[in-house]
Design a protein around this ligand. Structure first.
Ligand code: TMP
Length: 207
């Protein structure tokens, strides 16, 4: 099973991903934890180009190409082999981030994102958890980290609000795959919801 976490910067999704991985490992599953952009050597190299530097460093169109190139390497070298070996692969972001960050924030580029995805990636997660957060609170948290990877946070609060709307729209576009989780609660409550959703999805799969 391929599970992804999505949400705006600072939504808490990376913490929730780790807690889910612990939960699944404790139940005896083999789990591969990964992230985008990144997850393979080549994709981690591309990551640095994307998350560091000025917001205006790349156009949205160039970003689509770079994120998709990183994703292709990640899928070829880690995700597909991991799934083929029977692991649960859990990724911090995947193609939904490109649909929202590049497809819906700086002009309507969704058709371009979809065309390249169909040609070069052509796979979707089995389950996607969108961790929903108030954009102002999330932005404060994201910038407070001072990770040096703030290029997208530096687009500002209005950008983060557009992102949130984009992620909420995905739950309507893909109701069978994308589940919304209220990330404003304490992390144990959020983690309990996440675990329940994933456990139910695992139980529903044909063995
Ligand atoms: P992260 O901070 O969650 O590791 O993600 C890195 C940044 O890259 C984050 O600001 C979101 C952005 N991003 C996109 O803009 N498009 C994408 O396709 C992906 C995977 C991430």
């Amino acid at each position: 099973m391929f599970v992804t976490f999505e949400g705006i910067d600072g939504s808490g999704k990376s913490t929730q991903l780790r807690l889910l991985a612990d939960h699944l490992q404790a139940k005896g599953h083999e789990v591969i934890v990964t992230r985008e952009p990144g997850g393979s050597k080549g994709a981690e190299d591309i990551r640095r180009l994307l998350v560091e530097g000025d917001p205006g460093r790349w156009s949205a169109e160039t970003e689509i190409l770079l994120f998709t190139a990183a994703r292709r390497d990640h899928v070829e070298r880690l995700i597909q082999p991991g799934l083929a070996a029977g692991a649960i692969v859990v990724s911090d972001r995947f193609a939904d981030s490109t649909r929202v960050y590049q497809g819906a924030t700086r002009g309507d580029l969704r058709a371009t994102v979809d065309a390249l995805h169909a040609r070069m990636i052509a796979m979707e997660p089995d389950l996607t958890l969108v961790i929903d957060m108030d954009p102002d609170a999330a932005l404060a948290r994201g910038l407070a980290r001072q990770s040096g990877e703030d290029r997208f946070e530096d687009f500002g609060a209005a950008f983060q609000r557009k992102l949130r709307d984009g992620f909420l729209a995905l739950t309507e576009e893909y109701p069978d795959r994308v589940r919304l989780v209220d990330g404003s609660r304490d992390r144990e409550a959020v983690a309990a919801d996440v675990a329940a959703i994933v456990d139910a999805a695992l139980a529903a799969r044909p063995s």
